[in-house]
Design a protein around this ligand. Structure first.
Ligand code: GLY
Ligand code: MN
Length: 457
């Protein structure tokens, strides 16, 4: 945990900015995997962690701005829980460690909120993303799970704080990035033809756990990189394959790293693989070079997409004007993912609060195929932490569909494209802090260019 003043200051700022009402923070509970006592790894809600710092199940907190009160609702462990799970600090001790003086038993929250509602106080809550949150809202406030109305002012103020990373947060994120880099370096060095994808995943995840961390999201280690989020690990890595790795660590405090690499199964990329690989790297380098405060991230995306179009034109896979192709959306034959996303306590930071607020400052997102997957489009500001991860993917079903529709026939050479239908996919990803003058890569460098990758194989 950070020092208690960090949490006190964060809550004070929130109170000042929101001005009135009750802010409700729903912590997470334990969650049974295949029966109640066999639980998934406990992960506290990130907004709860940000404002209250406590990574324990079964807590709810409120800020009653109108009465200037902060209360943590929770229960002491029973003797049965202590017997099986060991002891913990008392609720009072936990609360005092983050500057909160008042605690109440968890059962009191329903009454507390009912009284507040009867006094005409507004209860602000964030979008629930777990069934337990929805059930609590139904029990406490009578809100039907399909009809909840999260508070936009509350969302906006949380986003307004969490989007700007402080020095102590950047230190934590950089720790996560360094572990993440070590996960990739180990896999890049140790992957061999004949290994199963799950053996590589085990190497990657072993590094995270051995560093005292965890995973910030489920590991991708796949020879089918054209499937953007491919979590299957059962294939054998064969001669001529490429392996796409997308993996990241989470520190004990909950901060994330997120990097991707693509490597040849053998010592070198084939000529054809290298041609496409170089296009992805050129797009990546162009995007990194454009990172600075004031630049619209959607423009950086347009630039990275244009570089991919130019590369595809040089191989005869595309034709026509690249700017026009990007505006029309033709680049999404190859580049269907976004360019990057905010990162912090969540790998896709605050995605549960809504990409439009986090990544677009309230501006509507484009519905265009490909561009709609861009999670971040807003003007960049110092303190933002984000990923850069353009990709080049050959998806047979997409090729067949667009070809049958003659979609973007003025930009895409479908006849040449046929030869690439089983090529696979390539992505590289690094993490950056936007500084006052530009950007800084976070964490150790992992190989990016084909030469850098091959030097470690
Ligand atoms: N690393 C997973 C993602 O960014 O979607
Ligand atoms: Mn990412």
């Amino acid at each position: 945990m950070f020092l208690k003043d960090t949490y006190i200051n964060r809550r004070n700022l929130l109170k000042k900015r929101l001005g009135s009402g009750i802010l409700l923070f729903m912590g997470n509970d334990e969650c049974g995997m295949n029966y109640e006592d066999n639980t998934y790894h406990f992960r506290q809600d990130s907004t709860f962690l940000y404002f209250w710092g406590l990574s324990y199940a079964g807590l709810t907190a409120i800020i009653n701005i109108d009465e200037d009160k902060e209360i943590i609702f929770g229960d002491e462990l029973t003797i049965d829980q202590i017997v099986w799970m060991g002891t913990q600090p008392s609720l009072r001790e936990k609360s005092e460690s983050v500057g909160v003086r008042e605690t109440q038993p968890h059962a009191s929250i329903k009454n507390y909120l009912a009284k507040a509602v009867s006094k005409g106080q507004k209860i602000h809550y964030l979008p629930p993303y777990r069934a337990e949150h929805k059930l609590k809202l139904m029990d406490w406030l009578g809100v039907k799970p399909s009809r909840y109305e999260a508070s936009v002012p509350f969302i906006r103020e949380v986003v307004n704080q969490r989007n700007y990373k402080t020095g102590e947060e950047i230190f934590e994120i950089e720790k996560a990035c360094n572990i993440t880099a070590d996960m990739h370096l180990a896999a890049i060095r140790e992957t061999r033809i004949g290994m199963k994808e799950y053996e590589v995943a085990a190497i990657i995840e072993g590094v995270a756990y051995a560093s005292g961390g965890r995973l910030s999201f489920p590991t991708i280690a796949t020879i089918n990189g054209q499937t953007l989020h491919n979590h299957y690990h059962g294939n054998t890595i064969g001669e001529g394959d490429m392996l796409l790795i997308d993996a990241g660590a989470e520190t004990e405090m909950g901060y994330a790293g997120d990097m991707s690499s693509t490597i040849p199964a053998g010592k070198k990329f084939s000529t054809r693989q290298k041609e496409i690989y170089d296009i992805q790297v050129a797009s990546h380098i162009a995007a990194v070079g454009a990172l600075r405060p004031g630049v619209l991230f959607e423009d950086v995306y347009n630039l990275s997409a244009k570089v991919i179009c130019e590369g595809m034109k040089s191989l005869g896979l595309m034709k026509g004007d690249s700017d026009e192709a990007v505006q029309a959306g033709a680049h999404a034959m190859f580049f269907q993912c976004g360019l990057g996303h905010m990162m912090g306590l969540d790998v896709h930071d605050m995605e549960n609060l809504g990409e439009v607020w986090v990544g677009y400052d309230g501006r509507a997102k484009s519905p265009q195929f490909g561009r709609k997957s861009l999670r971040l489009g807003r003007k960049l500001e110092p303190g933002f932490v984000l990923t850069i991860e353009p990709g080049v993917y050959f998806i047979p079903e997409l090729i067949d569909l667009w070809k049958s529709e003659k979609r973007f026939a003025g930009f895409i050479n479908y006849n040449k494209l046929e030869a690439y239908r089983s090529f696979g996919g390539i992505r590289n990803e690094e993490d950056f802090l936007i500084t006052e003058t530009g950007s800084r890569r976070l964490g150790k460098k992992i190989p990016l260019t084909a030469d850098e990758v091959e030097a470690l194989r």
